[in-house]
Design a protein around this ligand. Sequence first.
Ligand SMILES: *Cc1c(COP(=O)(O)O)cnc(C)c1O
Length: 250
Amino acid sequence: MTDHLAGGEAAGNDPRSLELAERLAAVRRRISAAAEAAGRRDRLPSLIVVTKFHPAADIRRLAALGVTDVGENRDQEAAAKAEELVDCGLTWHFVGQLQTKKAKSVVRYASAVHSVDRPQLVAALAKAARDEMDATGRAPLDCFIQVSLEDDAGAHRGGAAPADVPGLAEGIAAEGSLRLAGIMAVAPLGLPPAPAFEKLAGISSRLVAGHPGATAISAGMSQDLEAAVMFGATHLRIGSDILGSRPAVG
Ligand SMILES: *Cc1c(COP(=O)(O)O)cnc(C)c1O
């Protein structure tokens, strides 16, 4: 275990590991309680710890604490961390807005992209993933269609309009290098999350009707994980409640 950590710190012994262990346990308790309240104790969502802006050393500590899935939202930062932490055997999820020119880099380390929101990005990811599969034998890239839950679509937090989901789903499903996992959303700013996640559940049912394998719902962050679990989230993306507030950028 100790060789997971630089600087001779034993996993679970340095103050930061202890702090992360406590915060992680508290979030796992919240997830269990929410699943219990939603009558889905036997179907716990997967926890993706969003580690953006936090150092690779913290991700090592989390891996030592049993975290298997991490999320990042900037390619440059994610690529560097994934390379440094390759020995940890983590699954990397890309959760941020993605430029097509970054697709080639992202498919080198990411198992899943949660922010697929336009046909050009589907095309770029499909080509990059196909090249990477040929070169390294990697598995197809899991794609979540990011849906905007804002009334003025895409105004703040990105994502496709709900009406564009079927077309994007067809595009992803047609690519052998991509696997349509499901949908993803961020709750609208300044509004109660429950109605938004209820709407997302409806969008998911319609998607699954045509694509029975696309059952994933990536929803729920630190502030709103309970509402997300209530409305069927299969993947939670939790950052600040586990890692603390993000260090100032720059
Ligand atoms: C940062 C981020 C999260 C985590 O948010 P917290 O409020 O810190 O839990 C989840 N999803 C996306 C897309 C993010 O960018």
